[in-house]
Design a protein around this ligand. Sequence first.
Ligand code: ASP
Length: 343
Amino acid sequence: MFNRRKFITQSAVAGAAALLVPGEVWSAPFQEDHIQPLENNPIVISTWDFGIAANAAAWEVLRNNGRALDAVEKGVHVPEADVKNQSVGYGGLPDRDGKVTLDACIMDEFGNCGSVAALQHIMHPISVARKVMEKTPHVMLVGDGALQFALEQGFKRTNLLTAEAEKAWKEWLKKAEYKPVINIENKNFSPRKLPGNEYNHDTIGMLAMDAKGNLSGACTTSGMAYKMHGRVGDSPIIGAGLYVDNEIGGATSTGVGEEVIRNVGSFLVVELMRQGYPPEEACKEAVMRIIKKKPETAKEIQVGFLALNKKGQYGAYAIQKGFSFAVCNKESQDTLIKGKSYY
Ligand code: ASP
């Protein structure tokens, strides 16, 4: 029997197929996202204020006609090595046993991907993830196996627990409350403000399109502070913390990883863009799924999505206020945008 609802859905899918044709985008029902005309690529976008410094490193690759994959790897090296950044790489806050464990993943324009989870003692987990992608038949290595592989590949063993992070952990131990804390946002937020010392949260997710129009993404974090030893968040999970489809676009996430995993968040955002949603609307819809399923939980947590489509349009949406993202292209290398939010 003819089903009208099904017909509309199929029409939408047909519309999405038209998205693949250069020059057309189905955006009529939605508010216009930030548009980056195709001739103006390359572009790189990333989560939070510290994305500005990371984008600058990625931009060096992109402006020299480098590959988006190399750009995102180089870009996220910056927060990974930044001792002041307590949520990514070196200097990251440890788990409840005092161990700094890192999660990271990377994905290229061919759909190749690599990931490491609960990796200790290595400054640049994103580069280990890339080696997993390029040198093994696997997608993901975890824990001791990931460390063994990293050392075999020539990565140096490093103590990632800084005196400041250890001090903060010992302070936490006094009460040892095991409760995911909502993000402490930067109260002094102002657009285009260069970051200072206020790196108090989160994962860096980065998406780039190079001069050839190819997309790649990277996502890296020390995860939730004082998590259970062995806890893995969304950031190294392909489809949750990051997803890239070179025909459609890419998405990445930050915030409480469990909710992102439960909703396969980044994959959902990309699939919504495939159906014609502009990036911000796709991010919003993914956030709404989380809120609709657990409205009470959602009041207490932050989750933010960031997306870039094949046209160079980008957008973001979060549950809570304060989610910022950084944009770098030919016009401006240090734009910081305040993402929209449900609350
Ligand atoms: N998504 C990360 C995790 O759940 C943490 C964060 O972005 O704040 O590990």
